[in-house]
Design a protein around this ligand. Structure first.
Ligand code: UDP
Length: 237
């Protein structure tokens, strides 16, 4: 596989063309950021850990019938993915209260959410990723009503699979963010699933093992990501 020009560079990943028009290369960098890019750092091994973590999780989801963009590992910090047209929305499911839900609604961190909540945000750093609803998304043509229905259905299917997978590893999947794209007329899971876009707590002690360690200066950020990966049985090479 020949790697071509860089098409896009986000805050933590860069995307390259390949000699196959349907396939892109996604490089996971060590860069990390929080608070709309205001807090930045480079964390050694993060790119490789998140890439291999994502590969494992996407594989588990494919097995469970969730269509994903993942095609295969290319290097420790690189994967091949389907070229999709990304939908500019973030889908967030919460099993326990944390982060912006606590700030917005005054809910105590750690409160169990039954049933889990489902939220949509517009991807826009300039607007600070505002929360939106399905009506906004349809009116402004960010996604069709049919796509929104499928995104919600797939997001909850992901929750069923991952909640159990994590629980079996002694971990609580507190919340997470998913992004979807369009591929040959279908809605397909894209972006990444890693401790950068999920909140993951130790099931017994509720110790934070995700990006909150970076946001809140708790230290040992990558060590925590590696611990989560190890418990799930991810091959870190
Ligand atoms: N999240 C993300 N990218 C974003 C916003 C949120 O990956 O731009 C993830 C975040 O890591 C958490 C979940 O989505 O697992 C819910 O985030 P929340 O709305 O609580 O926002 P935060 O407190 O992170 O600002």
């Amino acid at each position: 596989m020949q790697i071509g020009e860089q098409l896009y560079a986000g805050k933590a990943k860069s995307v390259y063309a390949t000699d196959n028009a349907d396939i892109l290369l996604m490089r996971f960098r060590d860069d990390t950021s929080a608070f709309d890019g205001e807090k930045k750092a480079s964390l050694a091994r993060k790119g490789a850990v998140n890439n291999q973590f994502n590969a494992y999780v996407m594989g588990q989801l494919e097995k469970a019938g969730v269509p994903t963009h993942f095609e295969g590992l290319h290097a420790a910090n690189e994967s091949l993915v389907k070229r999709m047209e990304m939908i500019p929305l973030e889908c967030v499911v919460r099993n326990l209260a944390a982060g912006s839900l606590c700030r917005r609604l005054g809910i105590k961190e750690g409160t169990e959410l039954t049933p889990p909540t489902y939220e949509l945000f517009l991807k826009s750093d300039a607007l600070h990723d505002p929360m939106i609803n399905e009506s906004h998304a349809a009116t402004f043509a960010w996604a069709t009503v049919a796509e929104l229905g499928r995104m919600k259905e797939l997001t909850f299917k992901v929750n069923d699979v991952l909640k159990q997978l994590f629980l079996d590893a002694g971990l609580l999947l507190v919340d997470y963010k998913l992004e979807f794209g369009r591929y040959r007329g279908d809605v397909v899971l894209g972006d990444e699933i890693s401790p950068d876009g999920c909140r993951i707590w130790d099931a017994r002690t509720r110790e934070k093992l995700d990006k909150d360690r970076f946001r809140q200066d708790l230290g040992n950020v990558i060590e925590a990501y590696e611990e989560v990966a190890r418990r799930l049985g991810v091959d870190l090479g």
